[in-house]
Design a protein around this ligand. Structure first.
Ligand SMILES: Nc1nc2c(c(=O)[nH]1)N[C@H]1C(S)=C(S)[C@@H](COP(=O)(O)OP(=O)(O)OC[C@H]3O[C@@H](n4cnc5c(=O)[nH]c(N)nc54)[C@H](O)[C@@H]3O)O[C@H]1N2
Ligand SMILES: Nc1nc2c(c(=O)[nH]1)N[C@H]1C(S)=C(S)[C@@H](COP(=O)(O)OP(=O)(O)OC[C@H]3O[C@@H](n4cnc5c(=O)[nH]c(N)nc54)[C@H](O)[C@@H]3O)O[C@H]1N2
Ligand code: SF4
Ligand SMILES: [Mo]
Length: 920
């Protein structure tokens, strides 16, 4: 890895490329022997994280390096140079536009691009190609939040900031598992003084640490917040002055909410009326209330309405734009907000402008654009349907993996396979989407890129270069400008540095703005390159009136609607579009796990991030498990009307009966049929176009596995194994997954009939004549070692996967020298242990043992074992273990009764309650 000179001695500051928290990261370069090693730490000065990083951010250093990277452009599977690839792309784009019109081509982009990449792509498509067929994975993520804000506030502008998390007295997390998905913000909430209420159908790491958890029925959020609005009105808790002077449409919204009595709401949400009342009272009484909401609200066919029912309650109480109060939609991706600023979605123009005549004209004049798009383009789901029908003939996919993440993922994959021209820009060589590409373009990755991102609180931060590009990788904005230039628009895309693009973006934000558009960073209209390079994190708007940026918006009660008043929206709650039925009797919910990022192309490279969970785990209530004959740990299969997915059953009483949860992270490159989005349907919100990922009706059954095989092999042999897997898919192979480890891979196979592991090994190694074998039989399993000068293959086979040894520790053997007696490799292997604390490598049995020995708080466990002392992401799980163990250990019924009725805030609090109950 070539490290830039300026880093040779010191540190550099950049931004984490994962979630929307946007943590500042300090890069440290150390010389170890002759090589330089990069380590990352939290940037103490960055106002998002003040030095903290979560487990994913902490492991960023391990995701760097050449391994697995896409190093060169490819055309129809053959490596080629950039010129060859780009002239093919340009010719085909030009031909299609000429023969079939501009709407025959499309860009599908991502909230993980930098603002500068995004800006030029949007400019090229909407101003020069003349189509608005440019959409992004933010459609799957933020589009209902955007639509909700625009309807209510007249602008896509987040009113709140992170400081509010510390200032609030009540935080309501709705459809957010922030403890895992925005970990540093969750830590900031916990450091604050607010009571925490979680609204989520299932128990999560977040609800574990909450004061109150409302486990509502799937998709019933709009009923809940209509009920709240009605309660506020009935109990005289409205801010009449605010409603009268700063809003409109209140009467209709209230009329729609009046049907939602406490009893009716409790019934619809499936929550006891007392619990609901407790929440309503808290909300009514607490002035500094912050609502913090995410995908449990957005990913719904009525997501925009749900957003508005939440915003309604804030408008009705005047709690918006105030310190510690407001409706805070939290962005998921590092630059989802930047994408919104440049108009990266098909239904908006650049710099918060719309497809209305005056805006189109303004942007046309500013860009000097010859072919302005005059109408919105296709939103993601429609875009891929147009690829399927052949209406779109060329699509450029950049920094997203739609073959995994789109609803009806298999249908999307098929559509891409059939599409005449699919261009994929990625930094990783093998992804599900890259497998469908005609042209593959290597993109620079984190550490190589240079530009800006905007986090969830509107804060613009710099991502800075600290290593040279890998292979022939180029910046995404360069690839787009190259296409623009080849299409004849060299002059308007003649950017030589991201600062040039940022400057133009800033100019457009201020162009004929005069306070009419929320997004305004006109203070940077003439920013010099060195000022750009040293730009400090700042929250927009940043203009002459707000030169230091703006923490909060709308504090003055003025909004960006035509009248300047905020809109109440009358909402009639709708249930999910697909409903459970005798064929598909269970609700499938999906989302994120703690240690992985999306389709794992990057986090999957840091081995330790797979310790927490290495296979897609399906969370099932024990009652459902009994009903469907499923034991803990068995492989199961889910079917929906759209598709199929496999995973391992985890029995979890925090999951309500009738509801399952599956992670979104696994793809075909890592595991067979483990893509949860293959199950999701194409039902979308009518306003935002966001798909209904969170409520999918499915059926569940166990896979009839008769035999299990683990194979651990160095990299070259893994290729043979791949080939074997491809040809045996159809036979008795029920499921496989692989774990990338140091120097090789571990494969886990499940089969419908016993398979002789030794025979499989011999087949794989047949080209290697010098192989010697060692074998051990135990009661339930066979173990083989194939070796020559080194270990070539380790095989473990059993008819009961629980008896397989700890495979994680076995991976280390690939790095060891051969022993005098190689059979020793096969003996005395401890059983598998789940790692709870990834940073400090502390396992669940270790923690349980310590609890049994009397260690009784998260802090004390940290002192004893180190768990939870680094990034802190595992604390909710430690708390849960503590609670379960302490509950198990409790003899006293009275104590159990206290636990039933009282809210437990933390393990310490729990202990205190225990002590009180015991002494009573
Ligand atoms: N570790 C990790 N963190 C991430 C990411 C990642 O991949 N990994 N991705 C980032 C991205 S892009 C995003 S968008 C965010 C997403 O962040 P979150 O929205 O917090 O994450 P999810 O796990 O998708 O879903 C949140 C919760 O919604 C709940 N939910 C499901 N249905 C309903 C419902 O009907 N009502 C309510 N109230 N809740 C419901 C789920 O049970 C789940 O616990 O995370 C970001 N952070
Ligand atoms: N069932 C279900 N499906 C979901 C969700 C859900 O909750 N449930 N959530 C949805 C949401 S909120 C989201 S955000 C999506 C996320 O889904 P995707 O966006 O499809 O997932 P990623 O793995 O983040 O894909 C990013 C790709 O870009 C590559 N990449 C990274 N950096 C760069 C770069 O700088 N340039 C280029 N050119 N490539 C780069 C990565 O290697 C990776 O292949 O999934 C959605 N799908
Ligand atoms: S919370 Fe974690 S993933 Fe999100 S930006 Fe911070 S370090 Fe990165
Ligand atoms: Mo997202």
């Amino acid at each position: 890895m070539a490290v830039k000179e300026y880093l040779s001695t010191q540190r550099s500051c950049t931004t984490c490329p994962y979630c929307g928290v946007g943590c500042g990261v300090t890069i440290n370069k150390e010389k170890r022997q002759s090589t330089s090693v990069i380590s990352v730490t939290g940037d103490k000065q960055h106002p998002s994280n003040f030095g903290r990083l979560c487990v994913k951010g902490s492991a960023l250093g391990e995701t760097l390096g050449e391994h697995g990277r896409l190093l060169r452009p490819h055309l129809h599977g053959e490596a080629c140079d950039w010129d060859t690839a780009m002239s093919y792309v340009a010719d085909e784009f030009a031909r299609n536009i000429h023969e079939h019109g501009p709407n025959s081509v499309a860009f599908y982009l991502s909230g993980q691009l930098l603002t500068e990449d995004y800006y030029v792509a949007n400019k090229l498509m909407k101003g020069f190609i003349g189509s608005a067929n440019i959409d992004t994975n933010s459609r799957l993520c933020m589009s209902s939040a955007v639509a909700g804000y625009k309807r209510a506030l007249g602008a896509d502008a987040v009113p709140c900031c992170y400081e509010d998390l510390e200032e609030a007295d009540l935080i309501v997390l709705i459809g957010s598992n922030a403890a895992w998905t925005h970990p540093i913000l969750f830590q900031r909430m916990q450091a604050g003084k607010a009571k925490i209420v979680v609204v989520d159908p299932r128990a999560s790491a977040t609800s574990e640490m909450a004061d109150l958890h409302l486990a509502i029925n799937p998709g019933s959020d709009a009923a809940l917040f209509n009920g709240l609005l009605n309660f506020l009105a009935q109990h005289n808790r409205l801010n009449h002055h605010y409603i009268q002077h700063h809003t409109q449409g209140f009467e209709l919204a209230l009329e729609a909410a009046q049907h939602w009595s406490l009893q009716q709401t409790a019934l619809s949400c499936g929550v006891p009326a007392e619990k609901l009342l407790a929440f309503f009272r808290l909300f009514a009484e607490t002035e500094k209330t912050l609502s913090f909401y995410s995908q449990g609200v957005n990913q719904s066919s009525s997501g925009t309405d749900k957003n508005n029912t939440i915003i309604n309650c804030h408008l009705a109480t005047g709690r918006i734009g105030q310190i510690g109060a407001g409706p805070f939609s939290i962005t998921g991706q590092p630059n989802a907000m930047g994408g919104r600023e440049v108009g990266g979605l098909a239904n908006m123009l650049a710099a918060h402008m719309e497809f209305k005549e005056s805006d189109i004209d303004r942007v046309r004049r500013f860009w000097d654009a010859p072919n302005m798009a005059l109408a919105p383009g296709l939103k993601a789901v429609d875009m891929f349907h147009a690829v399927e029908t052949g209406q779109i003939k060329a699509i450029w996919i950049m920094a997203t993996n739609p073959a995994v993440s789109m609803p009806e993922a298999e249908r999307v994959t098929e559509a891409l396979r059939k599409c005449p021209l699919v261009i994929v820009s990625d930094c990783i060589a093998d992804t599900d989407t890259a497998r469908c590409a005609d042209v593959l373009l290597p993109a620079t990755g984190w550490g190589e890129k240079n530009g800006t991102v905007t986090n969830a609180e509107r804060r613009i931060s710099r991502q800075r270069t600290f290593i040279d590009p890998t292979g022939e990788a180029r910046h995404d904005w360069q690839a787009i400008c190259d296409l623009a230039s080849r299409l004849g628009f060299r002059e308007q895309f003649n950017f030589t540095h991201p600062a040039d693009i940022f400057r133009e973006h800033a100019q457009l934000s201020g162009f004929e703005n005069n306070g009419s558009r929320a997004f305004d960073i006109s203070l940077f209209s003439n920013i010099a390159q060195n000022e750009y390079d040293t730009l400090e994190p700042v929250q927009w708007p940043v203009n002459r009136e707000n030169p230091q940026g703006s923490a909060r918006l709308f504090g003055n009660g003025k909004f960006f609607t035509e009248t300047g008043r905020a809109n109440f929206i009358a909402v009639k709650p709708r249930t999910p579009q697909q409903q459970i039925s005798p064929s598909y009797p269970l609700w499938l919910n999906s989302g994120r796990i703690r240690d992985q990022w999306h389709t794992m192309t990057r986090t999957g490279r840091a081995r330790k991030l797979l310790d927490h969970s290495e296979i897609a785990e399906i969370q099932i209530n024990p009652r459902d498990a009994r009903k469907y004959g499923i034991d803990e740990g068995v492989l199961v299969e889910l079917h929906s009307a759209q598709g199929k997915m496999c995973g391992r059953a985890v029995l979890n009483s925090g999951q309500k009966p009738g509801e399952l949860f599956a992670p979104i992270h696994w793809s075909q490159t890592l595991a067979q049929e483990s893509k949860v989005s293959a199950l999701a349907g194409a039902e979308v919100d009518p306003i935002s176009g966001q798909p209904e990922f969170k409520q999918v009706p499915v059926q569940l059954k166990a896979l009839a596995c008769k035999s299990f095989i683990t194979l651990i092999c160095p990299e070259p042999l893994a290729q043979n194994l791949w080939r074997w897997l491809q040809t045996h898919m159809e036979e008795n192979l029920l499921h496989w997954y692989r774990v990338p480890c140091q120097n090789g891979y571990r494969f886990e196979l499940a089969l419908s009939a016993p398979l002789d592991g030794r025979q499989l090994g011999a087949q794989l190694l047949q080209k290697n004549p010098d192989i010697r074998w060692q074998q051990i039989e135990t009661l339930n399993s066979q173990r083989w070692l194939a070796y020559s000068e080194q270990i070539e293959l380790l095989i473990f086979s059993s008819n009961d996967w629980q008896t397989l040894p700890d495979r994680r520790s076995l991976e280390r053997y690939l790095q060891l020298e051969l022993l005098e007696n190689p059979a020793q490799f096969l003996q005395a292997i401890p059983p598998g242990e789940r790692i709870v604390c990834t940073c400090m490598q502390v396992s669940r049995p270790q923690i349980e043992k310590a609890i049994n020995q009397g260690v009784n708080s998260i802090d004390a466990l940290g002192d004893a074992l180190g768990c939870g002392t680094r990034c802190g992401s595992c604390k909710p799980e430690i708390s849960q273990l503590l609670r379960t163990k302490l509950q198990q250990n409790a003899q006293n019924q009275a104590v159990a009764a206290v636990l039933e009725t009282e809210i437990v805030r933390s393990a310490k609090d729990l202990r205190e309650k225990f002590d009180k109950a015991y002494s009573a």
